[in-house]
Design a protein around this ligand. Sequence first.
Ligand code: FMN
Ligand code: SF4
Length: 362
Amino acid sequence: MVFKSLLEPLEINDIILPNRVVFPAFQTNYASSEGYITERLLRFYGKIAAGGSGLVIAGCMAVSDEGAPETNVIKINDDRNIPGLKELFSHIKNNGSVAGAQLIHAGRQTLSAITGYPVVAPSAIPCPLMKENPVELDIEGIKKIQDDFVHAGARAKKAGAQLIELHGAYGYLIGGFLSPYSNKRKDEYGSDKTLFFTEIIEKVKRSIGNIPISCRISVDEFVEGGLTLKETRIFALRLAEAGADVLSVAAGTYSSIHRMAPKMELGEGVHVHLATAIRKAVDVPVICSDNIRNLEYANNIISEKKADLVAICRPQVADPFFIRKSLNSQFYNECKDCGNCLYFLKGEKYVSCPQNPALQDG
Ligand SMILES: Cc1cc2nc3c(=O)[nH]c(=O)nc-3n(C[C@H](O)[C@H](O)[C@H](O)COP(=O)(O)O)c2cc1C
Ligand code: SF4
């Protein structure tokens, strides 16, 4: 089997991705409780990078303690994080992939019991899943968080990240500002739902220069009163105008969690059509994701110009050598769609996968 389209390199600014496969951000909860890189994370990402993805986006990484979505998320809020991150990005690069970093502030989709700080959001409306009342951010709070993203971006650059992804999907803080479902503000950050995000993009860009910025967004939130393609098609264009070099198309929020890591019963490539619609609206490369389970299908997505890059997550969790083995027509451990890796829904402390017992090694 020849995967010509999938194996075509892609140039973005000063970097060249060796192929079109992305390992997207995947919060394992394998960091230390202070957010430092652990041996377990190095093992995890080393294998994934050796497995053959052109781009590995590590993280997510919290830009502040207040913005942490989980207890053992990677943190990038202090210069003391830089040596560990340097090791992580070098490890990914030495194993053959381009190293990316996803930056997050969780907004209302976390708990003060996790962060040790009050939960904040664009408006004082609780997330239906987390149920904690957030504090509505004032302008000072908004500027402080934007600066946190800028400092985090600078640290990622210093540590050797070659692409920086801003997490604007799934209803976390940036996604919360984008959405009429969670942003009921009466000021300029409510009348222009993209303003919080476009200002971050512009400020981060000024600080990191030519390093490509990817923006991940939920193009359809699948909640009543939430974002749909009607708005996000226009939003995507604004993000690109503000400096996004890549757009990564996702779907859902904590209120529609079945869309964030969809089961196969929702269909193969369930959100690829959303990526195709965004690709038609913008001039920058677009990443599609969700339920892409084999390389023949992934190759067709690229050759049919439905997207420029294909994110493949759980198949690489089940077998970190999924890409390489598929290219060589070798047997691999298949993702069985069991949902076990969604550890927080199962009351578990971190990611595990019955198909990949090596992940259990702490
Ligand atoms: C346990 C788990 C953690 C995830 N963490 C993140 C994350 O931190 N950031 C993000 O953008 N997406 C995250 N995702 C979504 C994945 O990047 C991906 O979009 C999703 O799993 C669907 O792709 P797949 O069908 O190839 O698995 C996570 C998914 C799972 C299952
Ligand atoms: S835990 Fe289940 S759903 Fe997650 S990667 Fe492994 S087999 Fe797939």
